[in-house]
Every structure is written in C-alpha cells, then in structure tokens.
Design a protein around this ligand. Structure first.
Ligand SMILES: C[S@@+](CC[C@H](N)C(=O)[O-])C[C@H]1O[C@@H](n2cnc3c(N)ncnc32)[C@H](O)[C@@H]1O
Length: 501
C-alpha cells in the first residue's frame, strides 16, 4: 500500500473514558493516522499501518476494523406493541447489514490482516521456544475470562465483566443455524483461501451487540444481536458459532450512531501478554507513564508500586530509563517481582520494601515520580488520606530532582483537595500553565465554597499547613486528566518541580 498515497483502512478503538485524547496523540505518533475522530469512548481513524504497529497501541482497550458508522434512524418501536417492535427491528437489521458486497470487501481486508497476524505469531512462537505460558493463562479460570473478554455477553461493555439474567447462548443458538465443532474451520484460510469467495459462505461468526440510549429501553442487546445475527447469516450464508467463531461482528447501537466493526485481534489490546498478574488498568498505567515525559537515562520511581503495573508499562515503552518500585507490603512486592521476571525486565526495574513517607533514597535523586495513590476499599490506608497525603507528597517532592515530573493518580475527592491546597498556596492571579481535560461537573470553580471538599481549617493544623506550603511552593501543576477506572472515576495530576527562589 505504501507509496501510492493510500490512506489505508478505517479502524476504531475503544478507550476508557478520559483517555480518548491521549489515544488520539498515540495514533498520530505511532501510526501517523489521519481522520482521527475521538467520540464518546471510541476513537475512529484511518491508517496505513501493519498489524505490529496496530498492536503497539497502549492506550486503546480494543481495536476494530470499521465496517460502517451510520447515523441513527427513526425506528418505530413502541414498548408493548410486539408487531411494531419487530417491524422496527426488521428496519434496523436491513439498515445495519446493508449490501453483501460491503461484507465481502471488509472480510477480505480483515483476512489480509489476519494473515499478517498469523505469520507474526508463528515467528514469535518459534522464538519463544522454551518459555512457558503463565500458569494463570492455562488455568480454567483464565480460559473462562478469555471467553468473556471475547464478548460472549452482548450487553456487556468490553471493559467490564458480563452480567445479567439472559442466557445469550441459548437465545442465539435457537436462531442461528448450528454446526458441530468437528466440522468447524480451523482458520480464516480454510474459509476464504482454498475455495475462493464462495468459501466465505462457510464463515463461522457471532454477533456481539450492545444497545445504549433510547433503543436499550425497547429491546435488549441480546435480542437485537440475535436478530442481526440471523439476518446476516441468511444474507451471507454464514454459520453461527458462539463459542469459537472465526469472525466476530461487533455492533453498537446508540442514540448518536450505529457502529459496526470486526476485532482485529481476539483479546483486548489492553490485556498485555507481558503482565502475569494485573493491578492498575494497563491503559491508565501507560497513560501515566506517557504523561511523565520519561527520557533516555531517566530515573523513575513508583513509591507505592503494588504489582508494578506502572513500572512495567513504562519500562516496556521507554526501555532506556531505570525504574525503581517501592511498597511497604511484602505480598505486593512478591507479586511485583514475579511480574518483573515474567516481563523480562529485571535489568531495568528494581524493587524494595519501604514506606512512601520514609524513602531510603537521596534527595533530588529521581527524575520522575509516578504513583497510583491508594483509594477505595482494597487499599485503604489506615490513617485518613487527607491527613497523610501532605507527608506522602513531601517525601515524593524531596526525592524528585528540580525540573523533574510528578504524576499522581488520585480519587476524585483527593483531586479536588489537591486543587484546593494548590489554590490556597499560589498567588490568586497565577493560574499557571495547566492543561485541564476534565468533566465540567467535577471542575472546582472559583466560586465553590472551600467547605464543599471538607478542608481542615488551616489554623488548626499548623504543621500540616507548613508542609503544604513547602510542597506547593515547589510544585507547578501542568495538567489534570480525568480518567475512568470502570467503576470509579479518577484524575491524573501532573506537576513539575521548580527551584524555590
Ligand atoms: C493502589 S495500590 C498500587 C497498585 C499498583 N499501581 C498496581 O498496579 O498494582 C497502592 C499500594 O500502596 C501500598 N502502600 C500502602 N501504604 C504504603 C506506604 N506507607 N508505603 C509504601 N507503600 C504503601 C500498598 O501496599 C499497595 O500495594
């Protein structure tokens, strides 16, 4: 394709809410993507990139070849009026599926990407000889997890575990034609290569459908997925295979658009093959490292490293820096150590047991400090976080060099508190050069009462106040980025350390 000015294929990625903007930057940097359009948890783009480059995206959850993106249509569906509902569903089926030729074209594109994928996997399998798959990937539990990640529950967001009362399999299997597993094709080649286009009629596929907005009040994702699956099966002569399909068709019907895509790789990109035990969401960990501006030779510290996800993500992407992980819990460090070995990063990441408030490190010895400050039930720190946070910050700032970068993942509450502390300590007219990507409803306004976030009166906590003054005098905020962690919302804060004159 190269050389002819071909802009390439159209794709879209799903991304955690808040990461769309960073994904956009990543797409431009890594793929020179064009027509990049972030939109509500998805980023659409065009790229002429090989599969290796596509798979190098770290901010994306899943990656799809775009089949179509359609504007919504008026569907006459009245709750309770069955005949009317099914008329509407019929309209949707026809609209979403469209022409057979479109499907044949897109499947051909998908297949050429699969060929590249297969070749790449064959090479990497050969070079990996002797390296055992991680135990958890071989366990029954993981097999179950992979199936879920493949989208067995059409209602489920790809980022979440599927739930719900419906037995999708039985519903869909009633409608799609079935075929015994022994007759199943083993690869896309078997379907498309050997017998030419006609062989595409033996394509084994499934539809993963997600409905949101108005339509979700009228029909379930399973019902609509089944209807689209049946119609596609009839039109193309494809066979339903819910457990191990060769082709997966993803459909998202919402109030803003109808999106149809085919996943390029079976597992989500966000499920890293180099991480044995997952901690923080990998895409968020990568985003934190990206924002930290890690340079060759930088010394990078995560002083509450847990399983080491941030360090792993950073060391894979910026391998010429040196990484240090600290945690005060032996079991966390054990798992972090197993992760580091598994990822073959023992040369660039070292780990030690210590407290974040007493780091055994020299003053100004680190160029970057990145930290996922614990919140929520799982990692509740015994002392009140509002009380302890100034001391955590003080120690992080001590070990950070002048000009160094501090990146923190904070709960919404702590994020607001930090912004208030910052405001109280800085000159009233100095807003700094701060990039803010956040939801308007969580942005503290100048008019917001301080009581709103329950700040302790400064006069009462003199010592704490002094600590905060000292910290924020040397920290210049350079960005606040709202991110979703699935069930909770959080904020990434970025600061630069300056010399206090
Ligand atoms: C939110 S978790 C970090 C998760 C990590 N980002 C990951 O991906 O696994 C917070 C970590 O802080 C550690 N921690 C709590 N108090 C600490 C302290 N005083 N000093 C150092 N680490 C501490 C906990 O043991 C826990 O592993």
């Amino acid at each position: 394709m190269a050389g002819g000015g071909d802009p390439g294929n159209q794709y879209f990625c799903t991304a955690s809410r808040g990461l769309e903007q960073l994904l956009r930057e990543e797409l431009s940097l890594k793929l020179s993507a064009s027509e990049v359009e972030p939109f509500s948890g998805k980023v659409f783009f065009t790229a002429d990139a090989d599969l290796k480059k596509l798979k190098s995206l770290k901010c994306a959850e899943r990656l799809f070849l775009l089949v179509k993106k359609l504007p919504p249509i008026q569907v006459a569906t009245h709750k309770g009026a069955k005949h009317c509902l099914w008329k509407g569903v019929h309209m949707l089926q026809k609209y979403v599926i469209g022409e057979s030729s479109e499907w044949l074209n897109i499947v051909a594109k998908w297949k050429s990407l699969q060929d590249l994928n297969k070749e790449e996997e064959r090479i990497s399998d050969n070079t990996r000889t002797g390296i055992k798959r991680p135990a958890q990937q071989e366990s029954g539990e993981t097999r179950k997890r992979s199936k879920l990640e493949l989208g067995e529950s059409p209602v489920t967001d790809f980022n979440e575990s599927p739930t719900g009362p419906h037995n999708t399999h039985s519903l869909i299997e009633e409608c799609y034609q079935s075929k015994s597993p022994t007759q199943m094709p083993s690869s896309p080649d078997e379907l498309l290569n050997s017998k030419g286009q006609g062989a595409a009629s033996s394509m084994h596929f499934r539809v993963s459908c997600r409905c949101s907005g108005k339509i979700a009040k009228m029909i379930t994702s399973q019902e609509l997925g089944r209807a689209i699956g049946v119609a596609l099966s009839r039109q193309m002569g494809w066979k339903a295979e819910l457990r191990n399909p060769v082709l997966e068709v993803y459909v998202h019907i919402s109030d803003v658009h109808y999106v149809v895509g085919i996943p390029i790789v079976r597992l989500p990109l966000a499920r890293r093959d180099y991480i044995k035990s997952a901690g923080l969401r990998s895409t968020v960990a990568w985003a934190m490292a990206y924002l930290a501006d890690i340079k060759a030779g930088s010394l990078v510290l995560d002083p509450m490293c847990g399983l080491g996800t941030i360090l792993l993500e950073a060391a894979k992407e910026w391998p010429t820096a040196y990484y240090h992980g600290v945690d005060n819990t032996a079991s966390q460090l054990q798992m972090a150590s197993a992760n580091v070995c598994f990822a073959k990063l023992t040369n660039s990441i070292d780990l030690m047991r210590a407290s974040v408030t007493e780091l055994p490190l020299l003053t100004e010895s680190m160029n970057v400090v990145i930290c996922d400050i614990p919140f929520g039930k799982k990692f509740k720190i015994s002392q009140d976080m509002k009380t302890i946070m100034p001391y955590i910050l003080k120690e992080m700032v001590r070990v950070l060099s002048i000009g160094g970068t501090l990146v923190l993942l904070l709960s919404q509450e702590l994020s607001l508190l930090m912004q208030q502390w910052q405001k109280l300590k800085s000159h009233p007219n100095d807003k700094g050069n701060i990039a803010v990507w956040q939801n308007p409803d969580t942005t503290p306004k100048d008019t917001d009462p301080v009581e709103h976030i329950d700040v302790q009166p400064i006069s009462v906590e003199k010592e704490q106040s002094d600590v905060k003054t000292q910290i924020f005098a040397s920290l210049v905020p350079t960005g606040i980025f709202q991110v979703s962690l699935g069930v909770t919302e959080a904020a990434i804060h970025r600061y630069k350390k300056i010399l206090i004159s």
